[in-house]
Design a binder for this molecule. Structure first.
Ligand code: FES
Length: 114
């Protein structure tokens, strides 16, 4: 069963500037707004696992560029422009009463249970 977590109001996301949100105990996401469309991506870059995607900048209204080594990821799909290599995780969301509700991942990246 999928669960959505309430985050910010749409009006609290500024155009082409990322906003950091703690989705659960192990997941931080970066929320962007580009041309009135909301995008939610993992805050951890898949290239070198740097948790700074929220500081990335938007290019061509389509890509978020990691501030560390400038890899570009499609905001919708998480893929790089050439479609190869590491992929940025993207998240589904819904908007209700002006708030962005982000779908919680159904699996954990790290599993520390024994
Ligand atoms: S850590 Fe993001 S491109 Fe290298």
């Amino acid at each position: 069963m999928s669960k959505y977590i309430k985050s910010f109001k749409v009006s609290e996301i500024y155009n082409k500037r990322g906003r950091l949100f703690q989705l659960d105990e192990e997941t931080e996401v970066a929320i962007f707004k580009v041309q009135d469309e909301i995008y939610v991506v993992d805050n951890v870059c898949p290239h070198n696992h740097s948790p700074l995607m929220y500081q990335g900048y938007i290019e061509d209204n389509e890509f978020v560029v990691c501030p560390i080594h400038a890899f570009r990821f499609n905001l919708k799909t998480g893929e790089q422009p050439h479609g190869k290599g590491c992929k940025l995780r993207t998240f589904k969301y819904k908007i209700e009463d002006e708030y962005i509700y982000i779908k919680k991942p159904t699996f954990k990246i790290f599993d520390f249970e024994f």
